[in-house]
Design a protein around this ligand. Structure first.
Ligand SMILES: [Zn+2]
Length: 104
């Protein structure tokens, strides 16, 4: 029993859990300073945890999309939505329906 407690205590000091890793992912993407030892533990966790790796990639993509300005959106075809005519018509129909519902 004591050995198990010692192992858990040792693991806590050496390895970050997913919750801590998520915190450091957000901090790193926000260009926050992470102490080198924490960063080492963070990178180590990312190297083997597929969930945290996925969270890192998704957070980075969201961050990149949020930094796109409306001007860049209009200029660059890469960001254009590619919807077919039927879908566009349905969206317009739904917007008009909601405008009528809320008396806008
Ligand atoms: Zn994880």
């Amino acid at each position: 029993m004591k050995i198990k407690k010692t192992m858990i205590s040792w693991m806590d000091r050496v390895i970050l859990d997913c919750k801590q890793t998520t915190f450091y992912t957000v901090k790193e993407i926000d260009h926050g300073k992470i102490p080198w030892l924490k960063k080492l533990k963070y990178k180590t966790h990312l190297s083997y945890c597929s969930h945290c790796k996925k969270f890192y990639k998704q957070t980075k993509k969201i961050d990149a999309v949020l930094k796109i300005t409306p001007e860049e959106l209009e200029k660059n075809n890469r960001y254009q939505l590619k919807l077919n005519t039927k879908t566009k018509e349905n969206i317009v129909k739904q917007i008009k329906k909601n405008q009528n519902y809320y008396n806008l």
